[in-house]
Design a protein around this ligand. Structure first.
Ligand SMILES: [Zn+2]
Length: 194
């Protein structure tokens, strides 16, 4: 909870500063909420995302304890939204995704990317989302204690690879109660999050 307040505070500094300057802004020597040393660097910038609008990006990184947190906030945050898209071709990998730390991305039968304190917000594309899932599965394949678990990870990796090559289709969803996320494609459907 403290972190959320901290981030919002940073964001508000950002918004008031944005009116004066557009270049990325860095503030170093800030107190770290994890280790309490004054080794935290706050970074803030903004990016215009076509067909979506202005997005504020902000992050904090501690050089002492390596704590890192990043998030985004849309200038025109919408209402709680659910996005659905069917991935069926290799070209779909280039579709832009704006994901806030409050978003839940469901890749059926493979993985759910959950919100929470460890969740970051970022601008990426479908390939970037699948790659993140891939890294976690590779980790499970190489380090899981149970043989069954390693085998399961291996099978899911094969499935993800097929999706990335456009050989297998899958319907994924992105839900964001904060309305800061989006899948930017004509193929994506937007509905109100219940
Ligand atoms: Zn720290």
């Amino acid at each position: 909870m403290f972190l959320e307040i901290f981030i919002k505070l940073v964001l508000h500094i950002k918004i008031s500063m944005a009116k004066q300057e557009e270049a990325p802004m860095t503030i170093s020597g800030q107190p770290c909420p994890m280790c309490n040393k004054k080794t935290m660097t706050l970074m803030e910038s903004e990016r215009e995302v076509p067909y979506f609008g202005l997005v504020y990006l902000f992050s904090m990184s501690c050089s002492n304890c390596n704590y890192h947190k990043a998030d985004i906030e849309a200038e025109k945050a919408g209402e709680p939204t659910k996005w659905t898209i069917e991935l069926s071709t290799e070209e779909d990998m280039h579709i832009r995704v704006v994901k806030s730390s409050e978003a839940t991305i469901k890749i059926p039968r493979i993985m759910t990317i959950e919100p929470g304190p460890a969740s970051n917000g970022y601008i990426t594309n479908i390939e970037g989302i699948l790659n993140r899932a891939k890294v976690q599965l590779e980790n499970a394949r190489d380090n899981a204690e149970e043989k069954d678990e390693r085998k399961r990870a291996k099978n899911m990796l094969k499935k993800i690879q097929k999706i990335m090559w456009g050989q297998e289709s899958i319907k994924i969803t992105l839900e964001d109660p904060s309305g800061n996320s989006a899948i930017i494609s004509e193929k994506a459907t937007k509905s109100k999050l219940k």
